[in-house]
Design a binder for this molecule. Structure first.
Ligand code: FAD
Length: 433
C-alpha cells in the first residue's frame, strides 16, 4: 500500500537535520500538505548531542534532567519546540517507527521494511549515522556493552549507571570524553582505553589534552592510552565482566561504553545508484546528489567545503542544522548561493549544574600548520593554528561569550599573523587581541 499523502517533499530520517529542514519548510510556507518525514525512531526529531551530556548526569537536588519533550528540535538554537503536535499543526506527515529499506530512483519511490511504498517529487536523505560496533566475536554484543546513538541507548545507559561500579570506556573522542565525565559524576570507577596518546587526537594538541587528562585524573579516571581493546569476557551471569586490552592487562568492568566512531547510514541510497564519496552521498554545493531529485544533508552528505578546498562529510550538529536550512532554500529557489560551511566543533563536557567545574570548548576553522597554545586552563585555554603566516584555526576553552563570538570571525577572515608575536602572549585575552 502507499503510505503518504504528502508526496511533494519527503525527508528520510528524523534526526537533527530533518527537524531543522522541517522548520525551514514551515518558515517558507511550504510544509502544509506537502512534506512527509519518515523516521526509524519512535520520537520526533530532537537535539542529539544532549544524549551524551546533561542527559547522562545524575540529578542533583531538584534539578530537572533534560528529557523529551524538552530537547526536541529546534530548542538547541532557541527556536520553537517541535513536538509531534507541532508537526500535526503544521500539516507535516510524521511517520515514526518506520524504516526505509529501498529506493527506486526511476520510479521516485521509497519502500519501507514492511513493504509499503512512498513516492516523492524531491527527496532529502537525512539518515545520519549509526554507532560503529565492536565485533560480536570479541564480545561487542555482550549484555552490558553499550553504544550510544539514540534516546533508547541513553535511557539504557542511565539505568546501567545506577547499578554499575566499574566502567570501562573504549575510545577517547567526543563520546568517550563526555560519557566518562558522566560516569565520574555518578561516582563510578572509570577506566578509559584507547590507542591514541590522548583525548581527541585529531583536534587536541598534546598541550590541550594534558589539561583535560589532569582534570579527569583528579576526578578519579584511569587512562590506558596506546592500547586497544582485544576482547570482552562475560561473567557467570552472562554479562560483561572484563575488558582485555592489547597491553595484555585485564580490566574488571560491570559496564562498558564503546565510543569508537560512527558510520553514515547510506548503503541503501548508494545501492540505488547515487554516487558515493567519503563513505557518504556525494553532493554539489546545493547539496544535490548525482540524481537531481535527491539531496543529502547532515552526516550523510559528502559536500564541497569551500574554505578547505576539499570534499568531505562533517558529523556535527552545526552542519546538520545549516545544511538543512540550505537544502530547503536550494529546493525552493533553485540556484542560489552555494553552501559555504565553516567547520565548527564544540563540546560541553561538564555542563550539568552541580558539577564542580564547567568545561566547554569550541573550535573553528582548520587545524593545519604550527599550533600555539595559550593559557593555563585556569579556567581558560586557547590554541591557534598558523599555516605559513596565516591563522587557520582557533580553539577556546571556557572563554567569555564575547570571546567565543570572535572565533568564527577569525577563522573566516584567516588573518596574516606573526607567529612569534602570538607566542609572546601569555594570556588568552592578549592572544585574542
Ligand atoms: P541523525 O541525527 O543521526 O538522524 C538520523 C535519523 O535517521 C535517525 O532518527 C535515524 O533513526 C533515522 N534513520 C536512519 N536510517 C533510516 C532509515 N533507513 N529509515 C528511516 N529512518 C532512518 N555533534 C556536535 O557538533 N557536538 C556534539 O557535542 C555532539 N554530540 C553528540 C553526542 C552523541 C551521543 C551523538 C550520537 C552525536 C553527537 N554529535 C555531536 C553529532 C551530531 O549529533 C550529528 O552530527 C547529528 O545528529 C547529525 O544529524 P543527522 O540528521 O544527519 O543524523
Amino acid at each position: 500500500s502507499s503510505l503518504n499523502r504528502n508526496t511533494e517533499y519527503v525527508i528520510v530520517g528524523g534526526g537533527n537535520a530533518a527537524g531543522y529542514a522541517a522548520k525551514a519548510f514551515v518558515d517558507n510556507d511550504q510544509a502544509a500538505g506537502k512534506l512527509a518525514i519518515i523516521s526509524s525512531e519512535e520520537v520526533a526529531p530532537y537535539e542529539r548531542p544532549t544524549l551524551s551530556k546533561g542527559y547522562l548526569f545524575p540529578i542533583k537536588g531538584d534539578a530537572k534532567p533534560p528529557r523529551l519533550p524538552g530537547f526536541h528540535t529546534t530548542v538547541g538554537t532557541g527556536g520553537e519546540r517541535q513536538t509531534p503536535e507541532w508537526y500535526e499543526q503544521k500539516g507535516i506527515e510524521l511517520l515514526l517507527g518506520t524504516t526505509i529499506s529501498g529506493l527506486d530512483l526511476s520510479k521516485k519511490e521509497l519502500t519501507t521494511s514492511k513493504g509499503d511504498t512512498l513516492s516523492y517529487k524531491k527527496l532529502i536523505v537525512a539518515t545520519g549515522s549509526t554507532a560503529s560496533r565492536l565485533p560480536e566475536k570479541i564480545g561487542g554484543a555482550l549484555p552490558g556493552v553499550n553504544y550510544i546513538r539514540n534516546v533508547a541507548d541513553a535511557d539504557g545507559l542511565v539505568k546501567d549507571f545506577q547499578n554499575a561500579k566499574k566502567v570501562v570506556v573504549i575510545g577517547g573522542g567526543y563520546i568517550g570524553m563526555e560519557v566518562s565525565a558522566a560516569a565520574l559524576a555518578w561516582g563510578l570507577d572509570v577506566t578509559l582505553i584507547f590507542p591514541e596518546p590522548h583525548f581527541m587526537p585529531r583536534l587536541f594538541t598534546p598541550g590541550i589534552a594534558a589539561h583535560y587528562h589532569k582534570l579527569y585524573e583528579s576526578l578519579g579516571a584511569n587512562f590506558v592510552t596506546g592500547a586497544s581493546v582485544e576482547r570482552f569476557e562475560a561473567g557467570p551471569d552472562g554479562r560483561v565482566a572484563k575488558a582485555i586490552a592489547s597491553n595484555k592487562q585485564e580490566y574488571d568492568a560491570d559496564l562498558i561504553v564503546v565510543g569508537v566512531g560512527a558510520k553514515p547510514a547510506v548503503q541503501l541510497f548508494l545501492d540505488a545508484g547515487l554516487d558515493e564519496e567519503a563513505k557518504g552521498i556525494k553532493v554539489n554545493d546545493q547539496l544535490q546528489s548525482s540524481n537531481p531529485d535527491v539531496y543529502a544533508i547532515g552526516d550523510t552528505a559528502a559536500f564541497p567545503i569551500k574554505i578547505l578546498g576539499s570534499t568531505s562529510r562533517v558529523e556535527h550538529v552545526d552542519h546538520a542544522r545549516k545544511s538543512a536550512a540550505h537544502v530547503v532554500k536550494a529546493i525552493l529557489d533553485g540556484s542560489g548561493e552555494g553552501y559555504d560551511y565553516l567547520p565548527y566543533f564544540y563540546s560541553r563536557v561538564f555542563e550539568h549544574p552541580g558539577t564542580a567545574r564547567k568545561v566547554w570548548w569550541q573550535f573553528y576553522g582548520e587545524n593545519k600548520g604550527e599550533v600555539v597554545d595559550v593559557g593555563d586552563f585556569d579556567p581558560k585555554l586557547a590554541a591557534f593554528w598558523v599555516d605559513e603566516g596565516t591563522l587557520k584555526g582557533v580553539f577556546l576553552e571556557s572563554g567569555a561569550p564575547e570571546e567565543f563570538k570572535l572565533l568564527p570571525e577569525i577563522a573566516r577572515m584567516r588573518p596574516k599573523i606573526d607567529i612569534d608575536e602570538l607566542k609572546k602572549a601569555d594570556t588568552v585575552e592578549k592572544a585574542l587581541e
